[in-house]
Design a protein around this ligand. Sequence first.
Ligand code: FAD
Length: 549
Amino acid sequence: MSILVVGSGVAGLTAAISAAQRGAEVTLLTKGALTDSNSMLAQGGYASVLGPNERTPGDSVESHVQDTLAAGSFHGSAEAVRVLCAQGAESVAELIARGVPFDRDAVGRLLLTVEAAHSFPRVLHVGGDASGRGLTTALLAFAKSLADEGRLRVIEHAAVTSLVLDSGAVTGLEYVSSDGLRRRQRASSVILATGGAGQLFAHTTNPAVATGDGVLLAARAGAVLKDVEFYQFHPTVLQVARADGGFDSQLVSEAVRGEGAVIRDASGRAFVSDYHPSGDLAPRDAVSRALALHQRENASGQAYLDATGIAAERGRDFLARRFPSLDAMTRAAGFDWARELLPISPAAHYWMGGVATDLHGATSVPGLYAVGEVAFTGVHGANRLASNSLLEGAVFANHAVAHALSRGESWTASPADFGEEHLEVCVPEAPEVPETSAVPLRALLSPAILSRTDVQQAMEQDAGIIRDAAGLNRLRHHLSSNRAADEETHDLKTLGLLLTESAAARRESLGAHYRQDSVSGGSEPRGGVVLKMENRTSTAELATAGRMA
Ligand SMILES: Cc1cc2nc3c(=O)[nH]c(=O)nc-3n(C[C@H](O)[C@H](O)[C@H](O)COP(=O)(O)OP(=O)(O)OC[C@H]3O[C@@H](n4cnc5c(N)ncnc54)[C@H](O)[C@@H]3O)c2cc1C
């Protein structure tokens, strides 16, 4: 049985390692270096309810389930959430066996911290606030040992550009290798683990590789997408000036608020509780919305993260010990956060929607699986609970491998059969807008050429934290009637259109999808917005397809 795994984050590495250990012929391909991933950047940790003797007294799998559903505005699938949370302890044991050095106390007990919207301390971490690096580095080392034994093949700098279909089933993929050549590889199954799409927006915590490729690859192969309107913005992001005049968005983990940091406005007031009763420890969507609304309603809307109280209470060196990476990052950016406030703003962080899968990670296209952030399993609902993402990647990667190895030639997945009331929207591929015409009148009306930055800024303005019909219509028109400067921007634009159509279809606010023109009590698709992509079509057709805003 041959399996191609696309992506070298936690989901892809877990899938590749598990498949190789079970004797499959596995090749892992990744777009950049092996270390380029969201997984590498994760800070806070890995949410899991451990065995009865290791967990926080009073905590339970059911409590984790309820917290996950509540953070997701009860839009998630209770069945999927139960599968996720029930496998926390098993998943941690597997990671430890693969070399992940979770932080422990002096007597060797696993350390657990609390994060926003978790009822108990249940978040494991590595290296204090370098959980992603610790986890990914260990899995990479494990994968390398399998590769050295000839049980796993790894191809770096291999950008997968399309999936190969035979009679409606995925039988391989095409990629561009580091020498610029386009190559084709066949396999019984392809597992997409390509991560999120933070690069859709002007400000993001995600690395450059997070361009949503897997969602587009799957959609173009005919796979069903679900709930792609739900994009989570993280509230506490420090904008650090770069030498070239640009900015890097540096996340300051929720765990810092878990330890007692507070968000304040320019007058020093802790304002988040004006917008949500849980204040600074409210779910992420609520805190980000509080920042965005407060900024809009106040002339000096700049928000700040105040960790000085933690330093005052627990000693000046506590922050450096508990959050060594953040301490180094803030100092390099010119801040002493033990004594001064950090200016923060929200940035695009995590995509709840994605390629629809069943609980085996199987998509609606035979032979194709999606795991990790690229997938929609239903666990995150309308807003992801902190530290559930790495867990989701590891748990469902194993499910996908088990299914791929056991299914033989049959394909039993039925993710398109959602069972509940849902709204189906067909979105065409972003049209190829014609070149500028030589005719003078046409030239005056000619479409602009969109750069990547243009797409990102338009997306952030009209499909960011605060949305409405006018903005979504403007965005739809902007993206569909202007040409993209290059192929990559065209793909980003197409992805942006998918998100825009989905956001337009959901007219009521829910979780991370906030419509300031929210229509309540309408015929909302409680079962979710399901997207399918049509073949390339004309601008005129696009303007009418799936429009509901
Ligand atoms: C700053 C930050 C902090 C976070 N902190 C936490 C946390 O504490 N806890 C938590 O649970 N989650 C956290 N998250 C979210 C979490 O890191 C991600 O959701 C998770 O790592 C996604 O894992 P993944 O394996 O699905 O994707 P990724 O880790 O993003 O990996 C995707 C891989 O796919 C590759 N790829 C993409 N496109 C292609 C292509 N066309 N061809 C080939 N390869 C491709 C990429 O190069 C990459 O290797 C954080 C995210 C960020 C950005």
